[in-house]
Design a protein around this ligand. Structure first.
Ligand code: MTE
Ligand code: LUZ
Ligand code: MOS
Length: 749
């Protein structure tokens, strides 16, 4: 089934934040960001800006009626800077004007005097200086220090891993207006409407019930709007509150790139030890997460790095430590995979390096260490329904890996200045928010008298197709046509206390809440049907809009049943609540059962390298992916394709550049390259692993949003392998992204 938004998107009728019709008298806001990455604010002079025609007001921190605090996990972030700035682009003031143009013009006229301080951009330097956002955390299992002596091979190295700009098509923005009695309504491009509601309430000093947040859909989020939409929504709401007028704030792309945090760069050191038969006996790593100037979601992201630091493998002796380092960059934040990709990059790097040292293919090491049933993860959870080896075996068979490798070797023997490379990425990603409390959701369902159905959940549609999946869940479970189901905007007055749509769990959490609501409604409806048909309700069900009795259609249709139920004064509204069972985590021991289940897969990427220019093409991507029983194979395949390309971009083209003063150099689309259609792989073949999905996945359809991102890691090592084919003396340098410039240097190292 197609995404229900498809036609709206291609005809331009889908409504995004900037398409919401504005109320007459709407004002526009522009953000004044710090010009420097670190310093003291000596003076903010707004006189010139205020003199410009059309400028209504310039808001600074002293205008905030509530708390000037937007930190979610750690209270370390102001909405508007007070006397210091900690990153370039940090919001200092908000200019409100009658037109968007004037607001931006005036924003440039706000004069700010600074006393510059030395910025820190490197996480290792931050750590040396004791600049940490939170104390370090370690996960461990077995005892690595005792087993090094039993290892035949020991390899040490370091990694230097870059960040990534989200580049959602729709930039951050919000539209806020006072309604009455101090009540403010906010439309926000956010993955977390409750986070926005809470932040606005806090900044305005109002209770949450005076703030309504509504979201129709996002033009992409990718994690960048899990938390960071809140600040901009709070600025719009603050401006609306102060002026008493509707205020719209939409970041220009350039501001968005400068002001918002990105995927965390990581720096790290590792040691890996293997036995003669290529079993990884021990793995130790210390990682330095570049958190930026405030904690934002860094503590949770650090946690997911810890969870995924052994990738798809069983390693009996591990010790992983992550330092979350405070630097003078915008606060880095959630991005597809949420620290997981960084953790997996390190273990894959260690394997690649070990393979190079030993003189075997990394694939041999990967294969020898894949998780199997009942293996223990370093965080205490036992691996159940493990599909790691099944995916690997199916990929080897279906894509004839052996022959593929041979054909690449052949190619390399016959071509001097063009070399091909191949690498494999086995995937294992845990599904659930690692913070157990966040794994809950609600769904509100109304059945109207005409048989149409209205569904509200806490899920945010950001292009991933969650609304289509919710409509499918309702239609399948009610036994009615999907055209009867309307998925409404996500709104805090209909569904409260939502977790952000993140952690790939939007469909699972909200879909299960919807399932629970529908089960209750269906029970009541079938009771009515049983009365009408004079039988027992356990003989009945609904299919194809018809009441079925013992497998036989009756004359009672959905419409009629609903009408009769209403006349019998049966409640046709239900609120379902779901909290993932089983999961828990004990932070004092760093052990527990944090994930409802894991998603597995095997990705293979081949590349061709131009050894004169250092440029490369991504040829083919072959994937066996563990979808469970996909509720929507078309949408899920789209998620795989998009995620893979985004993952490849992260480690190849996408290079964030900051100058030594902490200023973003790659601040536009001419200096920050993302994969385009020409760079995308020539083909992406994805075969589903035939399995029965887990019970905790919605209708046994496994979470899909983030996991396939990590197949992109294979492209990185495939390029290294191609470089080695040209330059056999090349020793893999674990710096990412592997831009053509870097490739060229490695080719002639
Ligand atoms: N797909 C599109 N088109 N746009 C997005 O912003 N975000 C990704 C993924 N797929 C995203 C996307 C991220 S980071 C997550 S966590 C999931 O979608 C969230 O949605 P889900 O929980 O419904 O899978
Ligand atoms: N957000 C979050 C996430 O708060 N916790 C998580 O575990 C998570 N995982 C992936 C993406 N976002
Ligand atoms: Mo996705 S990083 O969980 O929003």
């Amino acid at each position: 089934m197609k995404n229900i938004d498809t036609i709206g998107h291609v005809t331009g009728k889908s409504v995004y934040l900037d398409d919401i019709p504005t109320i007459s008298g709407t004002l526009h806001a522009a953000v004044v960001g710090s010009a420097i990455a670190h310093g003291k604010i000596l003076k903010v002079d707004t006189t010139e800006a205020l003199r410009l025609d059309g400028v209504v007001k310039v808001i600074t921190c002293t205008d905030i009626p509530g708390e000037n605090q937007i930190g979610g996990i750690v209270e370390d972030e102001t909405l508007l800077a007070e006397d210091e700035v900690h990153y370039q682009g940090q919001p200092i003031a908000v200019v409100i004007a009658k037109t968007e143009r004037d607001a931006h013009k005036a924003a440039k006229m706000v004069r700010i005097d600074y006393q510059e301080l030395e910025p820190v951009t490197d996480p290792r330097i931050a750590k040396e200086k004791g600049l940490l956002l939170i104390p370090p955390r370690s996960f461990s299992m077995g005892n690595p220090s005792e087993v090094w002596s039993h290892c035949k091979y020991i390899v040490d190295d370091s990694i230097e891993l870059g960040g990534q700009e989200h580049l959602y098509i729709e930039t951050q923005g919000a539209y806020a207006y006072p309604v009455e009695g101090g009540y403010i309504k906010v439309h926000s491009s956010t993955q977390g409407p409750t986070a926005v509601q809470k932040t606005v309430a806090r900044v305005l000093g109002l209770p949450m019930n005076l703030i309504e947040v509504d979201v129709v859909r996002l033009g992409g989020g990718f994690g960048g709007k899990e938390d960071q939409a809140s600040g901009f929504a709070a600025m719009a709401a603050l401006a609306a509150h102060i002026t008493g007028k509707p205020v719209k704030l939409v970041l220009p792309r350039h501001d968005d790139m400068r002001m918002t945090g990105k995927r965390h760069p990581y720096s790290g050191d590792f040691r890996i030890g293997l036995t003669a038969d290529l079993k990884i006996l021990a793995f130790e790593t210390t990682l330095y997460q570049n958190g930026g100037a405030a904690a934002d979601l860094s503590p949770a992201i650090m946690e997911r790095t810890l969870f995924h630091s052994t990738g798809s493998y069983y390693i009996p002796n591990t010790r992983v430590t992550v330092y979350s380092c405070k630097t003078n960059l915008p606060p880095n934040t959630a991005f597809r995979g949420f620290g997981g990709p960084q953790g997996m990059f390190v273990i894959e790097s260690a394997i690649a390096k070990a393979a190079e040292t030993i003189g075997v293919s990394a694939i041999e090491i990967q294969k020898a260490n894949l998780l199997k049933e009942n293996d223990e993860f370093q965080y205490g959870q036992k691996a159940e329904n493990v599909n790691a080896r099944k995916c690997f075996a199916l990929a080897s068979e279906k894509f004839d890996l052996e022959n593929l490798r041979k054909s690449i070797e052949n190619y390399n023997q016959n071509n001097k200045y063009s070399k091909r490379g191949l690498a494999v990425m086995p995937l294992c990603f845990g599904i659930s928010f690692t913070n157990t409390a966040m794994n809950q959701a609600r769904a509100l369902v109304h059945i109207y008298q005409d048989g149409s159905v209205s569904v509200s959940t806490g899920a945010i549609e950001m292009g991933q197709g969650v609304n289509t999946k919710m409509a499918q869940v309702a239609s399948i479970l009610l036994g009615i046509d999907i055209s009867r189901v309307k998925i409404h905007s996500t709104n805090t007055t209909r569904v409260a206390n939502t977790s952000p749509t993140a952690a790939s769990s939007g469909a699972d959490l909200n879909g299960n809440a919807l399932r629970i609501a529908i089960a209750a409604l269906k029970k009541r409806l079938l009771k009515v049907a049983a009365e009408l048909l004079e039988c027992s309700d356990d003989e009945l069900t609904i299919e194809n809009e018809t009441v079925i009795r013992n497998g036989e259609p009756t004359a009672l249709k959905w419409n009629e049943l609903v009408k009769k139920a209403h006349l019998k004064r049966v409640a046709l509204t239900e609120n379902g609540h779901y909290a993932t069972p089983v999961i828990y985590f004990d932070k004092t021991k760093e052990k527990g059962h944090p994930f409802a289940y894991h998603v597995y897969g095997t990705g293979v990427v081949t590349v061709t390298l131009d050894c004169i220019r250092g440029t490369y093409t991504i040829d083919d991507v072959y994937i066996v992916h563990d979808f469970g029983n996909s509720i929507n194979p078309l949408i899920d395949l789209g998620q795989v394709e998009g995620a893979v390309v985004q993952g490849i971009g992260w480690l190849t083209l996408e290079e964030l550049a900051f100058d030594p003063k902490g200023r973003l150099l790659s601040n536009s689309l001419s200096t920050y390259k993302v994969p385009d259609i020409h760079f995308a792989p020539k083909s992406i073949q994805c075969i589903p692993l035939p399995t029965n999905g887990p019970e905790l996945a919605v209708l046994r359809s496994k979470a899909i949003g983030e996991p396939p991102f990590m197949y992109g890691i294979a492209a990185y090592f495939a390029i290294h392998n191609a470089i080695k084919a040209f330059n056999p003396s090349y020793s893999i340098k674990l710096t990412a992204p592997l831009t053509p410039e870097r490739v060229l240097m490695h080719l002639y190292q």
